[in-house]
Design a protein around this ligand. Sequence first.
Ligand code: FEO
Length: 179
Amino acid sequence: MLSKKMTGTLNAQVAAELYSSYLYMSMSAWLQNEGHPGAAKWMGLQAREEVFHAGKFYNYLLDRGGAVRLGAIEAPPAKWKSPLEVFEAAYAHEQKVTALIGNLMTLAKSEGDHASEIFLQWFVSEQVEEEAGTLEVVQKYKLAAGQGPGLFIIDQELGARTLSAEVKNALTGAPPAAD
Ligand code: FEO
């Protein structure tokens, strides 16, 4: 059985993941309006991936018989100065999420909650990818140094992003692929 503290912290993480989605939707809209459709698509898919993350926490709460208590989600910022600033903010945000996952893992260990520890392991690895993915884009925009041709190439690259089959299936309700 989940402790009261773990239940509350997992519920808070559902809201944190949905805030991430909200933030990335806002970033996607700004990028689209500013003429960066590839980056907008990349960020839009990232927003959907965050809904997938929120769903994982939500389902885990239900699987463990925990009460789901959905909290308020604050409004995200709506304006940035450049695509570089957008991705720098996304990278900084992912670092914050990593810290939240770290706190959850520390709590699970301190409570001897082995099931939560195993569940959270996926997110520990995922956060390494989340940080690496956003940092990679930051570095590309830094290399382009605001120059049109470089920005154009980066935008085309970012527009080639697709959702993983796992995320797509979870969001569309398709059954997981057989092993
Ligand atoms: Fe749900 Fe981007 O971490």
